[in-house]
Design a protein around this ligand. Structure first.
Ligand SMILES: *Cc1c(COP(=O)(O)O)cnc(C)c1O
Length: 429
């Protein structure tokens, strides 16, 4: 398709967009009574309008049933997570039994490492991407220390080649193979938060398995953004937060995935709690932990009904949209359009002020573009916010913009280009 940098073109694209009405299902932030163009769904997704009602119905259950709400009402809390499991599964390519909503992301990363990082003899290392999200770095460092190892020895990080921003799949695989007999766990983020690179998850998973390691993924920036097939790819475990691409609200509940091949494995360590106990005997309150089958057996504390209600509200929109595939198709065209528009800004400026470090190939990226602003990035970013364009800023010089197929339009992108050009000219003159 020939892309055009004009409003009529953007409007035509929006008219033809089958998902265009979903935009009306969300609340956009405002400043001086004017709505923002919101391109920050990679950090915190917008509030679905239905969230208040879905949350409200659980507040009503609490008011009307109090403790009996666990077993009474139209959605008894005891089984409420099962509603979510059905809707979460298609988002990550899993069976409902393989996923469960619980806790928050970094907590789950720790809990899953308790089960799936079991160093033995020479095989004690974890391999991860260099420049991973800090919380993942801290979690992994503290886990290897907990097992008595020095992080400098036990953690292998893969960095891009000198002068490059992006990891090459063949370099990741080579490093896995070189250290084959020493790696206990391969643990990457599905999409890197800084560069927006979507790793070749299937190839990396296969490489990890071929050397006898366990493979886990942090899908914070991938779940709800790109199609993943955790079950088919034989991924051992994964977890994600739901407040980025899945619009569940600040501090929203996390999801975990455990592949069904591990369901019968009684060797796995786990930190147990009563909510992971066999469901039909949970209230017998007996001594001796027997886990519920499937991912549910990793639960520790009782169901967090209110955060789950918020996640539920958003998952229903995903269901109405046809889950990931239609969203991904729109996402590809929206992000391609943003890439084109950023390039148009450079052309209009007459020099390359903006350099996109996110991979060009759509199979290597999701919604997000990470854009280096060569001059005065922070001032320009602040100017964008003042002019009602909300993305986010990452030190030292990166602006991240993420068009979200559920609620962004081509017109948003076109206007962002106009505003970026204007602001840049103002700041650099
Ligand atoms: C957003 C994000 C987190 C945040 O973790 P919380 O425990 O939800 O605060 C962790 N890891 C990655 C890779 C992220 O992108």
């Amino acid at each position: 398709m020939n892309l055009e940098n004009n409003l009529a073109f953007a409007k035509t694209q929006d008219e033809a967009d089958e998902l265009k009405d979903f935009r009306n299902q969300f609340l956009f932030p405002k400043h001086n009574n004017k709505e923002f163009i919101y391109l920050c769904g990679n950090s915190l997704g917008l509030q679905p309008k239905v969230a208040k009602a879905v949350l409200g119905s659980q507040l009503d259950n609490w008011a009307n049933y109090a403790v009996e709400g666990w077993f009474d009402g139209d959605q008894p809390w005891m089984f409420y997570h099962k509603e979510l499991k059905k809707l979460m599964a298609p988002i990550v390519g899993a069976f409902p039994s393989e996923v469960c909503p619980m806790n928050t992301l970094t907590v789950n990363l720790h809990l899953l490492m308790v089960s799936f990082y079991q160093p033995k003899g020479k095989r004690f290392k974890i391999i991860m991407e260099g420049g991973a999200f800090p919380s993942d770095q801290y979690a992994i460092e503290s886990q290897v220390k907990f097992h008595g190892f020095d992080p400098k020895e036990a953690i292998l990080e893969v960095f891009p080649l000198e002068g490059e921003e992006i990891l090459r799949t063949e370099d990741i695989i080579a490093k896995i193979e070189e250290n084959g007999s020493e790696i206990a766990l391969v643990l990457f983020g599905g999409i890197n938060y800084y560069t927006g690179q979507w790793y070749d998850m299937e190839a990396i998973t296969n490489a990890g398995h071929s050397i006898g390691a366990i493979v886990g993924w942090d899908l914070a920036h991938a779940a709800g953004n790109v199609p993943v097939k955790l079950h088919d790819w034989q991924v051992d475990f994964a977890c994600w937060c739901s407040y980025k691409y899945q619009n569940s609200g600040p501090g929203g509940i996390s999801g975990i995935f455990v592949h069904e091949k591990h369901f019968g494995n009684t060797e796995l360590n786990r930190f147990a709690g009563w909510w992971g106990y066999q469901e039909n005997k949970r209230f017998k309150m007996e001594k001796g932990f027997i886990p519920e089958a499937g991912a549910d057996g990793w639960q520790i504390s009782c169901t967090q009904v209110m955060p789950m209600a918020l996640y539920h509200a958003s998952l229903q929109l995903f269901e109405q949209a046809g889950f990931i595939e239609p969203l991904r198709n729109k996402s590809i065209t929206l992000t391609n359009y943003l890439e084109f528009i950023i390039n148009e800004v450079n052309i209009n400026l007459g020099f390359e002020q903006y350099k996109i470090i996110t991979p060009k190939d759509v199979k290597d990226r999701g919604a997000q573009l990470s854009i280096i602003a060569k001059e005065q990035g922070k001032l320009i970013f602040d100017g964008l916010v003042e002019n009602h364009v909300l993305g986010d800023w990452r030190e030292p010089d990166v602006i991240r913009l993420s068009p979200i197929p559920l609620y962004n339009s081509f017109e948003d992108i076109y206007k962002t280009g106009q505003i970026l050009l204007e602001v840049t000219r103002k700041v650099l003159n």
